[in-house]
Design a protein around this ligand. Structure first.
Ligand code: FES
Length: 177
C-alpha cells in the first residue's frame, strides 16, 4: 500500500470501530490557524489548530443547513460558516453568533453546537476519538470527553541510560541493550 495515502484510507472501514481513538493526520501537516478535512468511519471531519496551538475536531457540517465548516473562515479561535455566517467556537463547537438575529429574538444561541470530537496531539499525530453514538451534525448536545486519553505509541528506551551517563569512558555494548 502506498505510504502517501491518508492514514484513514490505509485501514478498511470494516476494521474500524466506534468508541476508539484514531490517528487523523500527522501533526506537522496542521499549522496554527489552519483547517484540514478528513473522513473517519464515514464521518466528515474538519480538523484544525487554534491560535494557542491546540488541535480540535468538528463534524464537517454546519448545524444550520449542513454546509461543510471546512469551507468557512477560521480566525484561529472561531469558525464562521460560509453560508449564513453562523460562528462556532472551534474547540467546543458552541455557537457564538448568528448574524441574522435581530434584538427582539430570544433564541439561546449558546445551546446550539456543531458536533465536536475529543482531539489530542500525541506522538506527532493528531488523534480523534470517534464516540458511539457519534455527535449529531446538528443539535444541542455539548461535547463529551473521551473515556480515556489518546493511546501512547510504545517507544524504545535506552536501558541503563542513567548508569551510562555516570561512566567516564567506553560504554559496553550492553549499555545499549
Ligand atoms: S448553513 Fe451554516 S450558517 Fe447556514
Amino acid at each position: 500500500m502506498p505510504d502517501d495515502l491518508p492514514l484513514q484510507s490505509q485501514t478498511p472501514d470494516a476494521l474500524m470501530l466506534f468508541g476508539f481513538w484514531y490517528r487523523a493526520l500527522p501533526a506537522n501537516q496542521l499549522r496554527r490557524g489552519q483547517l484540514a478535512k478528513t473522513m473517519l468511519l464515514e464521518q466528515p471531519l474538519v480538523i484544525g489548530r487554534d491560535q494557542q496551538g491546540q488541535p480540535f475536531a468538528l463534524r464537517d457540517a454546519c448545524p444550520h443547513r449542513g454546509m461543510p465548516l471546512s469551507f468557512g473562515h477560521f480566525d484561529g479561535q472561531q469558525i464562521e460558516c460560509s453560508y449564513h455566517g453562523w460562528r462556532f467556537d472551534a474547540r467546543s463547537g458552541q455557537c457564538q453568533l448568528i448574524p441574522s438575529l435581530v434584538p427582539d429574538q430570544t433564541l439561546k444561541i449558546d445551546r446550539i453546537y456543531a458536533g465536536s470530537y475529543p482531539c489530542e496531539e500525541r506522538d506527532d499525530f493528531i488523534w480523534v476519538f470517534i464516540p458511539d453514538p457519534s455527535p449529531a451534525g446538528a443539535g444541542f448536545s455539548k461535547p463529551a470527553p473521551a473515556p480515556t486519553p489518546a493511546p501512547e505509541i510504545p517507544k524504545f528506551v535506552r536501558k541503563n541510560q542513567f548508569t551510562r551517563s555516570r561512566k567516564t569512558s567506553n560504554p559496553s555494548p550492553t549499555d545499549f541493550a
